[in-house]
Design a protein around this ligand. Structure first.
Ligand SMILES: O=P(O)(O)OC[C@H]1O[C@H](O)[C@H](O)[C@@H](O)[C@@H]1O
Length: 299
């Protein structure tokens, strides 16, 4: 354990450290997790990737889906929860680069923990550049994620470019939302938006009319979206709010059978609605500049 982590955690008994093996089973050393038991909500967080795995508002239901076949291994992205895709979103195999960047498979450090006056718990994690990250993205940087766990879950991301050159950047909070049955989901807050339909040949741009229902393989990048979407499902609703400009909606449907860490029939238990800035909304972080984005989730 990072020496300072023990000291930090000692200040807040509502946060405890455990291994993924304790919570989710599996063999091997697993990955270190923080369990956060706040007055108004609880959450589980993997230090690898600053990756939220669970969020339950007090008296409410689990908002995040974690694959029953998720693998907890060093350097491997975890299937489910909220992977942070950055500093680029998407696949770049022709350049030999990892899909969705390196943040989700890197070890982040906890820099701050705080019990707020309203009883919510805040945890701040940081990732700094290293020789390994410089080989993939040639910039000095500090990525900082502040999480606040209460009745609502909020994520505040900042990306500081410490290098002398502008840094191309795109990202998404790749959230897997737990739903009783994806076929019964209706997502509002996308009506009238143009989307890139990545599941069709040629990735045409199309227009959303009304709520989105997910009834087959879906991989769409909605552009210029309003701040809020609501996922209505058989057991209630989830409100997703962000100051970013894209919403990527994904469910692999039967393609799940080909993903070892998802499993054939498990696609019906989630829908990904990923807020972020990518594609037409990718940014360039100027030398010495900071990019910020936030997202909050509630029932
Ligand atoms: O398997 P991963 O690298 O985690 O990516 C999972 C999915 O992420 C996003 O939603 C993309 O739009 C999909 O095209 C991709 O398949």
């Amino acid at each position: 354990m990072q020496a300072s982590l023990a000291t930090l955690l000692a200040t807040i008994p509502e946060i405890s450290l455990c291994s993924s093996v304790d919570l989710y089973g599996g063999t091997g050393p697993g990955l270190p997790l923080l369990q956060i038991q706040g007055e108004s909500g609880s959450a589980t967080l993997a230090l690898q990737g600053a990756h939220l795995l669970s969020f339950v508002p007090k008296g409410g239901r689990e908002l995040l889906w974690l694959s029953p076949k998720a693998v907890f291994a060093a350097g491997k992205a975890i299937r489910g929860g909220i992977p942070l895709c950055m500093p680029w979103f998407g696949r770049r195999p022709e350049e030999g680069l990892p899909a969705h960047g390196f943040a989700r498979s890197s070890n982040w450090d906890v820099s701050e923990v705080e019990m707020l006056s309203n009883g919510d718990i805040k945890v701040v994690l940081e990732l700094h550049d290293s020789a390994a990250t410089q080989a993939l993205w040639p910039h000095g940087f500090v990525f900082r994620l502040a999480l606040t766990v209460g009745r609502e879950l909020s994520l505040d991301l900042s990306v500081e470019n410490l290098s002398g050159a502008a840094a191309p950047f795109s990202h998404a909070f790749h959230t897997y939302f737990a739903v009783p049955d994806v076929k019964e989901v209706a997502i509002s807050g996308l009506d009238g938006c143009t989307y890139i339909n990545s599941s069709l040949e040629g990735k045409p741009r199309q227009l959303q009319v009304g709520d989105l229902q997910v009834q087959a393989l879906t991989d769409r990048v909605y552009l210029n979206v309003p701040a809020e979407q609501i996922i209505k499902h058989g057991a209630g609703q989830i409100k997703v709010s962000s100051d970013t400009h894209c919403a990527i909606v994904w469910n692999p449907w039967e393609g799940a059978a080909k993903m070892a860490d998802m499993g054939q029939d498990n696609y019906s238990g989630f829908v990904c609605l990923e807020r972020g800035d990518a594609f037409d909304h990718a940014v360039s972080v100027v030398a010495g500049g900071v990019y910020r984005a936030c997202m909050s989730l509630s029932e």
